[in-house]
Design a protein around this ligand. Structure first.
Ligand code: HEC
Length: 450
């Protein structure tokens, strides 16, 4: 054993860097008290604790130890923490990114291979700083929401079929406001049965009749919330109503024993606003969130995934003014297995890869929020190219039945093909300014002054 390691070490030194690293990794003792406890406390305990949404607690060594082999598997496959977004493809600077670094993954893998030791009993791993799981995500940054809009309560059987509710709730706002941050949160046990909740806004037209104004936000399990970028207004008009469209999937998580009913399911929207004079003072650009459809791959106008087969869909969208793309959230169900966003620039013939999610799972929906410094800037006429793939074979681990024809529809067993994208609508001047700012910043960092 000793000789072969030494030999490996020498060969590795003579070969590539990553091999040297792999050997070094296995050579030093990795312990819970040394390194692993910190990684788990910082990245896992938020969900895997009492009252959290994870199925078991991982708050200390005794709780973690029995799960070590499964932790190794889920972490090495990048299934935990749950955040599917490809490394090494497109934009990597995201807000609210739960992914582990590669060296953290390697550390956990090595620790389990070494028998998951505790290490020095005199070292105490610092406890994580955690919010109450029923609390709003942005409380530390912005305090409690300025407005909470709750849906009408429903009782849901824990093991029943898909259910929907659509209804209006008044916001009670008497003046137009700019949204600064928004989060949708199922209250209490509702998190176990709410599959997704769309909320749009209806506002009175000139005749006082309510009309659809636009999308407010979208919630699906696992979502964290959205901060609207600086200098931008996502408007909530005066006298508006929130139009709820909530989809409950009681079988989804096996939340409770068969026959039980989860009572009083309520979904809440928390809204944080800019000051009332924000628009007057800053004349911000308008931002909106919309579902962009991927219709171009449908056969005869219909989304169809054949039994034991595959389908791909594609959508193209362009704007008659410059825009910035602030976030991307693909949407599909059990057969969808991947999604990507690209930008095609007709002026140069170049296509740029922005984001790819190769390991999609309908259990977790994330809005990938690009850091403002790198959020794609599109000149007039540039084209968003959105692609999604569907795998209806037995190879897809999420597939409940590869022998079914799957068509477009709302049920979890049907499929969907759209992506939620937040777009800031710029003008020529605003676009030039943002481009110039980025160029200046890039030059500064090249010169090493940043
Ligand atoms: C956002 C919440 C969240 C975070 C963060 C999270 N988990 Fe999980 N985890 C869950 C949920 C919910 C499940 C059950 C559903 C599933 O398997 O996807 C789960 C399942 C698991 C399982 C499988 C349990 C089983 O019985 O199959 C393991 C192992 C696991 N998590 C480990 C981890 C580790 C290790 C981390 C941190 C590196 C982590 N999780 C971070 C929510 C989370």
């Amino acid at each position: 054993m000793k000789t072969s390691r030494a030999w490996l070490g020498l060969t590795a030194l003579a070969l590539l860097g990553f091999q040297t690293q792999a050997v070094a990794q296995a050579d030093h003792q990795v312990t819970y008290n040394g390194e692993v406890g910190r990684i788990i406390n910082e990245n896992c305990v938020v969900c895997h604790r009492e009252g959290g949404i994870g199925p078991m607690q991982l708050s200390n060594y005794d709780q973690v130890r029995p799960w070590a082999p499964l932790i190794q598997l889920r972490v090495a496959n990048r299934e935990m923490p749950p955040y599917s977004y490809d490394h090494g493809i497109g934009i990597q600077e995201l807000q609210g990114d739960w992914r582990l670094q590669q060296d953290e993954i390697d550390t956990i893998v090595a620790w389990v291979n070494q028998g998951s030791p505790l290490g020095d009993p005199d070292i105490t791993v610092p406890a994580p700083e955690l919010q109450d799981p029923s609390e709003w995500s942005f409380v530390d940054q912005f305090g409690q929401p300025d407005l909470v809009v709750a849906s009408v309560a429903m009782d849901i059987p824990a093991d029943g079929n898909d259910l929907w509710t659509k209804h209006y709730v008044a916001t009670g706002l008497t003046t137009e406001r700019c949204i600064r941050a928004v989060q949708v949160k199922p209250r209490g046990d509702a998190k176990a049965v709410v599959h997704h909740a769309n909320s749009s806004v209806a506002a009175p037209n000139e005749d006082g009749e309510y009309e659809r104004y636009g999308q407010l936000t979208e919630y699906a399990m696992g979502k964290w919330g959205e901060i609207i970028p600086e200098g931008v207004c996502r408007t909530l008009p005066a006298n508006s109503r929130v139009s709820w469209d909530i989809h409950m999937f009681p079988g989804g998580l096996g939340a409770a024993a068969p026959g039980t009913v989860i009572k009083d399911n309520v979904v809440e929207i928390g809204l944080w606003f800019h000051d009332e004079d924000f628009q007057e003072k800053t004349s911000p650009f308008k931002q909106d969130l919309k579902a962009y459809q991927l219709r171009d791959g449908y056969e005869s106008g219909q989304l169809i995934v054949p039994p034991n087969g595959y389908t791909m869909t594609q959508g193209f969208h362009s704007f008659d003014h410059p825009v910035r793309i602030d976030s991307f959230q693909p949407h599909g169900h059990l057969r969808m297995n991947a999604a990507s966003l690209e930008i095609f620039y007709p002026a140069t013939g170049r296509t740029e890869q922005i984001s790819q999610v190769s390991n999609w799972s309908a259990t977790w929906h994330h809005s990938h929020l690009y850091e403002p410094d790198v959020a794609p800037l599109l000149p007039t006429g540039a084209v968003l190219v959105i692609k999604q793939w569907y795998d209806n074979t037995a190879d897809n681990p999420n597939n409940p039945d590869p022998d079914q024809w799957v068509v477009g529809g709302s049920r979890t067993g049907d499929e969907m093909s759209h992506a939620w994208i937040a777009v800031t609508h710029l003008d020529g001047e605003g676009y030039e300014k943002l481009v110039a700012e980025r160029e200046a910043k890039a030059e500064r960092s090249l010169a090493g002054n940043d």
